[in-house]
Write a protein that binds this ligand. Structure first.
Ligand code: PHE
Length: 482
């Protein structure tokens, strides 16, 4: 892909440049999908939700909701070839529907801002671990020592702000200059390297003597451990990890050449993304059990476990440093896609340059990020809980949530599934079939399966999970006596 592919004026009259090949699209979309969600978030939310049953629901959501919606989102993007707001308006007009479908694009733009605000802070943690790893400070440390390195970091707002600032500048510079071509090329080498390091870590995890236990924790479903809230987070995470429901994949799809198979690329991206997450899980949990740590210890989980592994292995300093560098790269390619919908939309709406739009967006995200920074120190005691209690049971919406927890909940568990639901409904019910068939270009049988998934399965599952989390399902079951 040429550097200018993502910097050109994206007005309708200009022929839009495209990714140079299917492989480049897969790399870019995988770059967006594989990030902190796989290595940082997946293990800790799995730990918070009791393991196997959560993982199973998550996998089910990837297959039955994630892949079909990814196909739908890429398809809408490729057909619209604009920013998400304009794309939705344009497609709605084309099929004779209300232009208020543009609101879907809007929600995506806002979700991107909110997610990036905390994503950048956490990516800052990963960056902060690079010099810590390189200094060799973890070698031979026990769990308590490793824990205190983490709490020292997060209890220091100045340091978190500094790393957040640095990461955000890195992101916005790439976005502003449109040099993503270079970064995507770098990913061609870095992703396989990340993979190799994950394999080295799995080998380490096998040597902990607790691999079986960790593996069982991940893959033996115990449904007594799953809560309605857990089901909602498993579904929300399926959207988050595949970068769905907010326009990122839609914008990437808009650069996809017309003859590329959307089904194949979607499956490839979802497969790689899931593989990385499961590998991360197979590494983290054996270490957790070998060191008598708490699986449910929250967002700090990888920062408390991985340094233990590196601290105790040959060349651990080298591998550890490399690992956190690669994690930062993975986060970098994701963060770029988080803000891309807002940038393409901002440029078009305000008729301003890419650079100006990037500076303004960056400043906004930076300020929003302070809420997350302070959630771990100054304002960590300002929490709120929200439950709905009915005579059918108590439904926890949020429990002792900090601003970070709230942002994460609002985006992953509500905005992305809602965006995905609207994408599925639009692509499945409202878009003319001749258009979707032409775009997807798959045989009738596969098309019918896809249509069934986006028309019925995905929307119904999202709605049931929402209703379940709000206690409505329990209410109905009680009334019906089932
Ligand atoms: N999928 C990315 C990750 O797992 C996060 C992301 C979400 C990126 C939504 C873009 C859009 O880290």
């Amino acid at each position: 892909m040429s550097d200018s592919a993502l910097t050109n004026n994206q007005s309708a009259s200009v022929a839009r440049e495209q990714w140079s090949s299917r492989l480049v699209f897969i790399l870019a979309a995988t770059g967006s999908a594989v990030g902190l969600g796989n290595i940082w978030k997946f293990p800790y939310i799995t730990g918070e939700n009791g393991g196997g049953a959560f993982v199973l629901i998550y996998l089910l959501c990837i297959a039955s909701i994630g892949i079909p919606i990814m196909m739908a989102e890429i398809m809408l993007g490729r057909r619209g070839r604009q920013d998400p707001v304009t794309t939705m308006k344009k497609l709605a007009k084309e099929s004779g529907h209300s232009r208020s479908w543009g609101l879907l694009g809007w929600m995506g733009v806002i979700a991107g801002f909110l997610i990036l605000s905390y994503y950048s802070v956490i990516a800052g943690w990963a960056m902060a671990y690079v010099p810590r790893m390189a200094s060799g400070m973890f070698s031979g440390l026990e769990a308590a020592g490793v824990n205190s390195v983490f709490s020292d970091l997060v209890s220091n707002p100045e340091s978190l702000i500094a790393w957040h600032t640095l990461f955000l500048i890195m992101t916005m510079v790439v976005v502003a200059r449109g040099v993503r071509g270079g970064l995507e090329k770098a990913v061609t080498y870095l992703m396989p390297l990340l993979f190799v390091l994950l394999i080295i870590l799995i080998v380490y995890a096998m040597g902990t003597g607790h691999f079986k236990e960790g593996f069982a924790y991940l893959f033996n479903p115990d449904f007594s451990k799953i809560t309605t809230e857990g089901i909602l987070s498993a579904m929300g995470h399926a959207f988050f990890t595949l970068s769905l429901g907010m326009g990122a994949i839609m914008v990437y799809g808009s650069y996809l050449p017309p003859d590329t198979s959307i089904a194949k690329v979607s499956i490839a991206v979802a497969f790689m993304d899931t593989l990385v997450a499961l590998m991360a899980g197979m590494i983290i949990f054996p270490i957790v059990f070998a060191n008598a740590l708490e699986p449910s210890s929250g967002p700090g989980l990888i920062f408390k476990t991985l340094p233990l592994a590196f601290g105790g292995m040959n060349y651990g300093t080298l591998f550890g440093t490399l690992f956190f560098i690669l994690l930062v790269f993975a986060a970098w390619t994701s963060s770029i896609s988080l803000i891309e919908p807002a940038i393409t939309w901002g440029m078009k709406t305000f008729q301003t340059s890419r650079i100006k739009t990037s500076v303004i967006s960056g400043l906004l995200v930076w300020f929003l990020g302070l809420f997350t920074v302070f959630s771990f120190n100054l304002t960590s005691d300002f929490t709120f809980s929200s439950t709905i209690s009915t005579k059918y049971g108590e439904f926890v919406i949020l429990k002792d949530a900090t601003a970070f927890d709230f942002l994460d909940y609002l985006t992953s568990n509500i905005m992305l599934p809602l965006g995905g639901l609207m994408i599925a409904v639009y692509a499945g019910w409202l878009m003319k079939k001749e258009y979707s068939l032409a775009e997807l270009n798959i045989n009738r049988i596969w098309f019918t399966i896809w249509l069934f998934l986006v028309r019925f399965v995905a929307p119904i599952m999202v709605i049931i999970v929402f209703l379940n989390a709000m206690g409505v399902v329990a209410f109905i079951r009680t009334i019906m006596g089932v």
